[in-house]
Design a protein around this ligand. Sequence first.
Ligand code: NDP
Length: 416
Amino acid sequence: MKAISVLGSTGSIGTQTLEIAEAFPERFQVVALTAHRNLDLLLEQIVRHQPALVALADPADLPALRARLEGLEPARRPARPPELVGGTEGLCAAAAWAGAELVVAGIVGCAGLLPTLAAIEAGKDIALANKETLIAAGPVVLPALRASGARLLPADSEHSAIFQCLQGLPWPDQARLSTGQAPPGLRRILLTASGGAFRDWDPADLTKVTVADATSHPNWVMGRKITVDSATLMNKGLEVIEAHYLFGLDYDAIDIVIHPQSIIHSMVELADTSVLAQLGWPDMKLPILCCLSWPERLATPWPPLDLARLGSLTFREPEGARYPCMGLAYAAGRAGGTMPAVLNAANERAVALFLEERIPFLAIPALIEAVCERHAGDRRAQPSLDDVLAVDGWARQAVDEAAARLAAKAPAALTA
Ligand code: NDP
């Protein structure tokens, strides 16, 4: 029985993790949960999974949760009420909970950084969905992993695919990622991208994109932020940086290819030109299950892949002009140091402004570029955690300032 702590249990990754735990009750036991705003769903999860610890991001919500737990009808009340904790400290306690063997990092954005670091420092196995942690703080996370011996298991479907394809190579320890060195024989990574919601739109129409357009993904059902990131292709750009930190390859050896069917989840090219791929339906439950059960494979009743029914798998180059965020991410990754943290924070803030309908879709790359340019002279090559947190806060404020300047210059541009 593996005890798991689920950070971000009320989100898309979190709820799918809990579905898997319910499907394999003899294999997985949920011992800790964390959430932010969705108390209704969290309450249901507590009733079903009876965790020992529950953390809320906002400590001000703890009395409400406590009252709702006490108000449950006796038949639904947990046999042992969970310990309730709040704030960043509480999230970190759930991440480092002594009773958990594996931590699912499913909080969205840089809010996941400190809890994920707490899990690393506690030496846990970590199913990493929260890519923003590695992107913002790679130079801090890598040494922390080396010091604690914690293992990152990639839950992002692309990195899970790469991890699975690499299992045949002669590494000293096949579960030890983020060592800064590529496994012997790995020459190139090919990250597949669906192309997002606007892959077939006329670029001229991107001025008219609405929030509803940008939050409906053609292949995957995910949280709102990552769905917008898929539409801009920033998600793939962030994954390039994630792949660099996980698998140790230079940016020149990490390529993106548009694959509209999302059946091949990514590929690796080996030294002899052989290319290995991992295939499956676009369903995040598969990479999450791989993390939970690794190195074992569990039998599932899920529908098998039917290539004959699919008929064809197609590929094309991503167009730089349609997806400016892709170029911004490569540039930030190559600059390294604090620049990926600035890119990530600027993106999080710009996407939040877009989701609040305060800026148009095309302002997202424009604001990120302006903020990264402002940071170029101040970039720290070997940042500390405090440096990362400082530039994260600075970049969010810089996006707000740049958005305000844009609004003052061309108010129509911001409401178009
Ligand atoms: P969701 O928006 O669906 O869920 C986010 C989770 O984080 C929720 O539990 C939410 O709580 C919690 N949360 C939000 N803000 C905070 C905060 N400030 N402090 C603490 N907790 C917070 O996101 P996803 O599940 O889609 O994504 C989670 C992570 O996984 C992201 O990093 C994403 O890039 C990555 N990922 C997601 C994939 C997917 O298919 N969804 C695929 C690959 C990677 P609440 O709902 O209670 O407010």
